[in-house]
Design a protein around this ligand. Structure first.
Ligand code: NAG
Length: 283
């Protein structure tokens, strides 16, 4: 009961100043960027087919494509340069599995990191009640790190293929009229890739965040304290990083940089100074 009051008095949201909580917030923000830039993408390009008989030319053939990049289902109409005849040209390739995998991981990572943030803030005591909370958190974090790496790599590869498949110069090769020397085909403009490039960058950034957070979740499991616990009956240390004396015996006091200022872990002195202020100085 005391610990709960203590937590309440220093403010629940201080948890977000711990690396674990802070990185969780970045995780769900970056996840939003990842799935929004990929899932919300649509690209436009324009090709011109200049037939020898000018009447059948079309100098602004527009082609739009979008997530999930099931390109073989997307088509445009091009003149055949034979009177008014036109043909429907289909693109080649299906990159939906990589794109959808990436977005799915991003959405679930978003949901998990947002939930975890809420749990850290409002249910710290529950989280620290036994080792199961941190244990599950640890396993999920490891799995998501791996998934971010795999899905970002797959999506990066798929994106480079999408860029080739939707290159206006490549699309001209699919138009039969363009195979005839006397007709002139050209690209007016190609798609912009900045949005999708951003999604790949955020995918790998997310991998870095999640992989980095493995360490901070690992500290919550208390496994790294196993040795000291055996050595010197440090039952106090066993108790949670959030739960009891969060700013004195916090996760931080295990990290190298914080250790150099070991004096701070003297509870009385520290709490007089005022947890939040001194703590933010550490950041
Ligand atoms: C050229 O192609 C576009 C579709 O990309 C079509 O909307 C337009 O009507 C065509 N123009 C002519 C002159 O056929």
């Amino acid at each position: 009961m005391d610990t709960a009051n203590q937590l309440a008095s220093v403010g629940m949201f201080q948890v977000l100043k711990l690396p674990l909580g802070f990185i969780r917030v970045l995780e769900w923000l970056f996840a939003i960027f990842a799935f929004a830039t990929c899932g919300g993408y649509s690209g436009q390009l324009r090709i011109s087919v200049d037939c020898m008989e000018k009447a059948s030319s079309n100098l602004s053939i527009d082609f739009d494509f979008a997530y999930p990049f099931r390109l073989y289902q997307m088509s445009f109409e091009a003149p055949m340069c034979e009177g008014m005849r036109r043909e429907r040209v289909f693109l080649i390739g299906d990159y939906s599995s990589s794109a959808e995998f990436f977005v799915t991981i991003a959405v679930f990572a978003f949901l998990y990191s947002l939930t975890a943030t809420i749990v850290y803030i409002f249910f710290q005591n529950k989280y620290r009640e036994n080792s199961r909370g941190p244990l599950i958190d640890f396993v999920v974090t490891v799995v998501f790190s791996f998934m971010w790496l795999v899905s970002s790599s797959a999506w990066a590869k798929a994106l480079s293929d999408v860029k080739v498949a939707t290159d206006p110069d490549e699309l001209q090769l699919l138009i039969s009229a363009c195979k005839v020397q006397t007709n002139k085909c050209g690209s007016v403009y190609g798609p912009r890739w900045s949005g999708l490039n951003t999604s790949v960058v955020f995918g790998f950034l997310n991998f870095v965040l999640w992989a980095g957070n493995i360490w901070f979740v690992f500290k919550e499991t208390g496994w790294h304290k196993g040795a000291s616990r055996l050595a010197g009956g440090a039952t106090e240390k066993q108790s949670g990083t959030f739960n009891q004396q969060p700013y004195n015996q916090g996760s931080f006091d295990q990290s190298g940089s914080y250790n150099t200022q070991g004096n701070f872990s003297q509870a009385s002195e520290y709490s007089q100074v005022g947890g939040p202020t001194s703590y933010s100085n550490q950041m």
